[in-house]
Design a protein around this ligand. Structure first.
Ligand code: MSP
Length: 687
């Protein structure tokens, strides 16, 4: 017997700092689909997920709740595991960064890198965002606050969270030493990041400008893995977290058989020769895959390969970076009352519609909008109508015309068989291609192309007409066999996405639960099996209006009771700002202001200087850091923008007083100013 090829797939490990919403459910289901698909394709799969339990944020949450961090994360872990059970996630291991084996290896790895000289002790001063667990340089800040002399006194991280100036003794990782290595690796392995355009983004925005050494320890809090040789330091949470992918397999432990199998074996060499004629060789394991959200791609594409290089370990094959599920009014956040939790959707509509919807609706690599309307209509049209009806009609006709026995599959009996067979074969091939590319919307489109073609085939062959003529019995038999065969193919293809539905189709066709995705075709239909006497609809039709209203009502209510008693209070979602009182919001005056003049500011490549009419008699001057997004800044003249009108004026660039702030939206690292319809008078108050 030949040994199966191994395949390693990982989700990010989630911060257990709040109840997980459909965003985290998305990544976990997406990895589950891949794990199930690869198992069906005869791979030996290891699917890892888990929790990132250290760090200041968790320590703070626990303190607020008056319990120890360990008690806090123990409680949260119970809730997360229950959620994965509800979503039928087939993970092979659930790692927690507080697991002893993981902590021991993290501490050992740190010492090893110290001995090697890749980590050294220094002093760190920087702008730190607790919510992001990340330091920023001044130039990385999205917004900078200055005092009257123009000295920076604070600001906002790109996520919108407040930063504070922190100065501490810190260990540093010599990322700079690996700069060339990493660049060479990106060149040697151009498929490392999918979608591919993100690779260029990483290279141009972060790597080529030069990697700064990374602060990899903290002394300002204690909830982390202590540095063995200097325990007042704890290891930086991202170093701790990234190592989970290796420790979960047994790296650095007595039993490292999984690590050998899923990380070390099956490697290939990738090479690249640079402009100076130097050849760089890299060992890559083609079956290691990490799936991550776009917000954490930088950590995975820069820090993680460098850690592995420093440890002389093979590099992963692929980072799949997905976009976010957002709502019509932006990111999900409790204060907006637009958070969707998976439990509610499963309870109301069942698991398969949720898995289907999430996998079908998020376009590869970009954000997608969750809307209740879309959710309900996909269930009604694609699941109940297209798929559910096809099964019902097929089972009913085989019962009616052939006493429930599926006739033998024969090719090319009716005029329509060849085309159906060709469409099915083509779409099976597309499905595999897209599954390998982790493009689920397209893979599912291929399956639905089969379903639609099969529905059309019923109309073309009109079995109820064939049934009237004894001479058409053979054609009628062929039609029934084609319908059953096509549904069998469909059940196979949707198995990684919707296990229950797939099993129900197979059962109603009398085919049991045996799947063969590797050799799948129409002709694989067994004959002489007996379909169920009366099929039950797999997706009942929904009353659209009622169900849309139901989902909306669930978005507005307070957070549902948590699954475990240790989720002590409302906690914000990552990247949403702290909750504020209405009065705080009401204190801000946002007004419509028309751009009269705009120019670039000498000595700054970021700032534009605006003269605006905000309806208050005299023009205002505002400096805004959007220059790089508006290379043709004159296009803004005459536009009506939104400004914060009562912000304390501040001096910028030592000589200009900025009298307010121009509002813009951030997306994919870009800023776009918020414009207002030209008919709205200058000075109108927005609120
Ligand atoms: N703990 C780190 C990951 C460490 S991995 C070594 C972390 N955790 S997180 O809980 O904040 O985020 C985990 C993942 O959830 C990220 O990949 C993030 O992109 C994803 N999502 C969070 N909100 C999301 C949506 N609304 N939509 C899709 N994915 C989203 O970062």
């Amino acid at each position: 017997m030949t040994e199966k090829q191994s395949f390693y797939i990982t989700t990010p490990i989630y911060y257990p700092s709040g109840k997980l919403h459909i965003g985290s459910a998305y990544t976990t289901i997406a990895c589950d689909v891949l794990a199930r698909y690869k198992r069906m394709m005869d791979y030996d799969v290891f699917y890892l997920t888990g929790l990132d339990e250290h760090g200041q944020k968790i320590q703070q949450k626990a303190e607020e709740a008056g319990i120890t961090p360990q008690t806090y994360v123990d409680g949260m872990a119970v809730g997360v595991k229950e959620l994965w059970e509800l979503l039928d996630i087939s993970y092979d291991k659930f790692i927690r960064t507080t697991d002893d084996y993981h902590e021991e290896v993290v501490a050992k790895v740190f010492e090893r890198l110290l001995e090697k000289g890749d980590i050294y002790l220094g002093e760190y001063q920087g702008w730190y965002s607790v919510s992001d667990e990340e330091y920023f340089t001044e130039s990385q800040l999205a917004e900078v606050y200055r005092d009257e002399e123009g000295k920076v006194i604070g600001g906002l991280a790109p996520s919108g969270h407040e930063v504070e100036l922190v100065s501490e003794e810190s260990y540093f990782f010599k990322l700079s030493k690996y700069q060339k290595h990493l660049e060479a690796f990106f060149k040697a392995h151009p498929d490392f990041i999918s979608p591919n355009r993100r690779m260029n983004e990483m290279l141009k925005n972060f790597i080529e400008p030069g990697l700064e050494d990374l602060a990899v320890s903290r002394t300002t809090f204690t909830w982390g893995v202590p540095v063995l040789s200097n325990p007042k330091h704890v290891v930086y949470v991202w170093i701790d977290a990234l190592l989970n992918y290796a420790t979960a397999l047994g790296y650095g432990q007595a039993d490292s058989s999984n690590f050998d199998k899923f990380w070390l074996d099956q490697t290939v060499t990738k090479s690249w020769t640079d402009e100076d004629g130097k050849t760089w060789d890299f060992t890559v394991n083609p079956e290691i895959n990490h799936m991550v959200g776009k917000d954490i791609l930088r950590f995975h594409s820069i820090y993680w390969p460098i850690i592995l290089m420093a440890l002389d370990l093979p590099l992963p094959n692929r980072l799949v970076a997905h976009g976010w599920f957002v709502m019509k009014n932006g990111k999900m956040s409790k204060s907006k009352g637009n958070v969707i939790y998976p439990e509610m959707l499963v309870e109301r509509f069942g698991l398969d519609p949720l898995r289907y919807y999430l996998m079908r609706s998020l376009p590869v690599g970009s954000d997608g909008t969750f809307t209740p309307e879309d959710y309900v209509s996909r269930i009604n049209y694609e699941l109940a109508n297209d798929l559910g009806n096809l099964l019902n009609r097929t089972v009913a006709m085989i019962n009616k015309y052939f006493d429930g026995q599926i006739p033998a599959y024969k090719e090319n009996v009716t005029d329509f068989d060849a085309d159906l067979a060709a469409v099915v074969a083509d779409n099976i091939a597309s499905y595999h291609k897209y599954m390998d590319a982790v493009d689920y919307p397209k893979a599912l489109e291929a399956v639905w192309a089969i379903i639609s073609r099969t529905n059309k085939y019923i109309d073309e062959t009109a079995p109820w007409v064939l049934a009237k003529e004894e001479g058409d019995k053979e054609a009628l038999a062929a039609v029934m066999a084609h319908l059953a065969a096509s549904l069998r193919v469909t059940a196979h293809l949707i198995q990684p996405f919707m296990m229950e539905t797939s099993n129900a189709i197979m059962e109603q066709l009398g085919l049991g639960a045996s799947f063969d995705l590797v050799n799948l075709d129409l002709a694989g239909l067994p004959s002489d099996v007996t379909v169920v006497a009366k099929g039950t609809p797999i997706f009942p039709r929904l009353d659209m209006e009622e169900e849309i209203a139901y989902i909306k009502s669930q978005m507005k209510v307070d957070e549902p009771e948590t699954d475990n008693e240790w989720n002590p209070e409302e906690v914000e979602l990552k990247s949403s700002k702290d909750e504020i009182k209405f009065e705080t919001f009401d204190a801000v005056e946002i007004r419509v202001a028309e751009v009269k003049e705009v120019e670039k500011v000498d000595g700054s490549d970021k700032l534009l200087r605006f003269r605006l009419d905000a309806g208050d008699g005299e023009d205002r001057q505002i400096l805004s850091g959007i220059a790089k997004f508006y290379p043709n800044e004159q296009e803004l003249v005459g536009q009506k923008l939104q400004i914060v009108a009562n912000l304390k004026p501040r001096k910028m660039m030592k000589k200009y007083v900025s009298q307010g702030m121009i509002l813009s939206a951030e997306h994919d690292g870009k800023l776009t100013v918020l414009t207002v319809d030209p008919s709205v008078p200058n000075g109108s108050v927005i609120g």
